[in-house]
Design a protein around this ligand. Structure first.
Ligand code: CP
Length: 318
C-alpha cells in the first residue's frame, strides 16, 4: 500500500506542509485511544515492528513501543548491548537478518547522523528515524508542534524560540524544518559556541541574550545541554551557563506575555531550566510526552498505508 509519507520517515526537511499537517491531524483521534480503558485498536494487526535503539532513550523508545502495541502490532526491542552488534555485526547486516524473519518496520535511534537514511536505502521495510546523531529527530518535533497547536490552536504566525545547545541538537533541526514549513517564526538563542555557524541560513532569527528571546517569543523550546556530545570546552561551567542562559522564573517574570515552556527531555534541572519553570503553570513538558504516543501512532499508521481519515472507521481490537 502506498503511504502519503513515502517509504520512510527520516526527517522533516523534505516533508511538505500537507504531509506534516496530515500527521498532526491523524494524531488527533489517536489521542483518545490512550484514554480508553482498553488502549488498543486493530489498525496494525499482523504487522511486526523492530525497535533498534543504539543510544539511550526513555521517552522515544517507550512511547514508540506503546504506540505499536496500542495499534496491535507485534514488537521486538533490540539494543546494541546484548545483540550481535556488540560482536561487530554491521547495522545493515543486523537489519537484513531481521528482515529475513519477515518484519515490516524498523524504528531506529543511532549516534551517527544519516544512519536512518542509510538503512532506509538498503532495506525493504519502512524505516522511522527515532533520532540520528546531530541530524534529525522528526517525531520529537512533530509532538512539539502538536503540543503547540493544542495550546495556541495554530502554528502559523507563532513565534517559537529554541533555546540553548542548538549545535548538538537533532531536535532543533527537526523543529526548525517543521515549524518554518507550517508558517511559524523561529528563533534560536544560545552561546555562540553552541549555535551552528550556518544557522541563520535556515531562516531563523538569532538571539544572543535570553532576555531578548523572552521579549520576542510566544513559546520557548528549551534544549538539554548535551554534555555527552561535547568534545571541547563549549561553556565555562554549568553554573555559568545557568547564570547567563538558564531559563529561570525571574527571567520569565519580565516577559511581556505568558510564554509556553517546552523541553524535549531529559532535563538538566538547574542548568538550562530551573525546576520552578519546568514544574510551573506554563510548562507543557508532560503533555508533550503524552502527545508523543499519539504522534508515533499516526506516523506508524500512515507509513503502513493508512489513510488520514482513521477516526471515521475506528474500532476496538478483538
Ligand atoms: N526527547 C527524547 O528523545 O528523549 P529520550 O532520549 O528519553 O528518548
Amino acid at each position: 500500500m502506498t503511504s502519503i509519507l513515502g517509504k520512510d520517515l527520516v526527517g522533516l526537511e523534505h516533508l511538505t506542509r500537507e504531509q506534516i499537517t496530515a500527521i498532526l491531524d491523524t494524531a488527533e483521534p489517536f489521542k483518545e485511544v490512550s484514554e480508553r480503558p482498553i488502549k488498543k485498536v486493530p489498525a496494525l494487526r499482523g504487522k511486526t515492528i523492530v525497535n533498534l535503539f543504539f543510544e539511550a532513550s526513555t521517552r522515544t523508545r517507550i512511547s514508540f513501543e506503546f504506540a505499536e502495541k496500542r495499534l496491535s502490532a507485534d514488537t521486538v526491542n533490540v539494543a546494541s548491548a546484548g545483540s550481535s552488534v556488540s560482536k561487530g555485526e554491521t547495522l545493515v547486516d543486523t537489519a537484513r537478518n531481521l528482515e529475513a524473519m519477515r518484519i515490516d518496520m524498523v524504528v531506529i535511534r543511532h549516534g551517527a547522523s544519516g544512519a536512518a537514511k542509510f538503512l532506509g536505502d538498503r532495506i525493504r521495510s519502512n524505516v522511522i528515524n527515532a533520532g540520528d546523531g546531530k541530524h534529525e529527530h522528526p517525531t520529537q518535533a512533530l509532538l512539539d508542534m502538536l503540543t503547540l497547536r493544542d495550546r495556541f490552536g495554530r502554528i502559523e504566525g507563532l513565534r517559537v524560540c529554541i533555546m540553548g545547545d542548538v549545535l548538538h541538537s537533532r531536535v532543533a533541526r527537526s523543529n526548525i524544518w517543521g515549524l518554518t514549513r507550517l508558517g511559524a517564526e523561529v528563533a534560536v538563542c544560545g552561546p555562540p559556541t553552541l549555535l551552528p555557524r550556518e544557522v541563520s541560513e535556515l531562516g531563523v532569527t538569532v538571539f544572543r541574550r535570553v532576555e531578548e528571546a523572552i521579549e520576542w517569543a510566544d513559546a520557548l523550546n528549551i534544549l538539554r545541554l548535551q554534555l555527552e556530545r561535547m568534545t571541547a570546552g563549549f561553556i565555562p561551567s554549568l553554573r555559568e551557563y545557568n547564570r547567563v542562559f538558564g531559563v529561570t522564573s525571574e527571567r520569565l517574570a519580565r516577559a511581556p506575555r505568558e510564554l509556553l515552556i517546552l523541553h524535549p527531555g531529559p532535563m538538566n534541572r538547574g542548568v538550562e531550566i530551573d525546576s520552578d519553570v519546568a514544574d510551573g503553570p506554563h510548562s507543557v513538558i508532560l503533555p508533550q510526552v503524552t502527545n508523543g504516543v499519539a504522534v508515533r501512532m499516526a506516523v506508524l499508521y500512515l507509513l503502513a498505508g493508512g489513510a488520514p481519515d482513521w477516526a471515521t472507521t475506528p474500532g476496538d481490537a478483538s
